[in-house]
Design a protein around this ligand. Structure first.
Ligand code: DHK
Length: 178
């Protein structure tokens, strides 16, 4: 059966995780333009995993790490800026794959600079092996760290980094077993 991409803004509206109040620290995960087309867009570069696959893997990993996630996607720069601003009050950390806005958006950089929570920049592809215009990242200028080139696994690595920085790493079941 062909894999269907997540429609634009579907990820925001139909998140696997209901937006319920939680006692767990929430990691907001924001995906930028064209990432709704993962799984059918330039699969030689981005792979066959859909955004829904990545979200499901993040939900499972976050549960292991004692974190909640709020997973979103938008093709609209201003909406991403508004979500980043919202992370000031709603999130303990932010994972951001800003797609092509990574390389162009001073508005996103300014919004990130308003945060005082850790920011993890993620890219599926290794942007440094690609065109020179992808080597410049405005997001990096405000990011705590950058993960690129590991496909969807990069999101889980970022969650792991967030768990360490938020003091949740001891929540891993493997480390709690006697
Ligand atoms: C995704 C995009 O859409 C590109 O515009 C970036 C990034 C790279 C990624 O690898 O996830 O240049």
């Amino acid at each position: 059966m062909p894999r269907r991409p997540v429609l634009a803004d579907q990820a925001a509206k139909e998140s696997v995780l209901p937006r319920l109040p939680t006692d767990l620290p929430t990691v907001m995960i924001i995906n930028g333009p064209n990432l709704n087309l993962l799984g059918c867009r330039e699969t030689d570069i981005y792979g066959r995993e859909t955004l829904a696959d990545i979200e499901a893997a993040c939900v499972a990993r976050a549960a292991d790490l004692g974190l909640a996630i709020d997973f979103r996607q938008s093709n609209v720069e201003g909406e991403i800026v508004t979500w980043i601003q919202g992370a000031r009050d709603e999130a303990a950390a932010l994972i951001l794959n800003a797609g092509a806005y990574t390389h162009t958006s001073i508005a996103i950089l300014d919004a990130l600079r308003s945060l005082d929570v850790p920011v993890y920049e993620v890219h599926l592809s290794n942007v440094f092996r690609r065109e020179p215009f992808r080597h410049k990242s405005y997001v990096s200028m405000a990011a705590t760290g950058v993960i690129c080139g590991f496909g969807g696994l990069g999101y889980q690595l970022a969650l792991e980094a967030a768990a360490h920085q938020l003091g949740r790493a001891e929540m891993r079941p493997s480390e709690n077993q006697a």
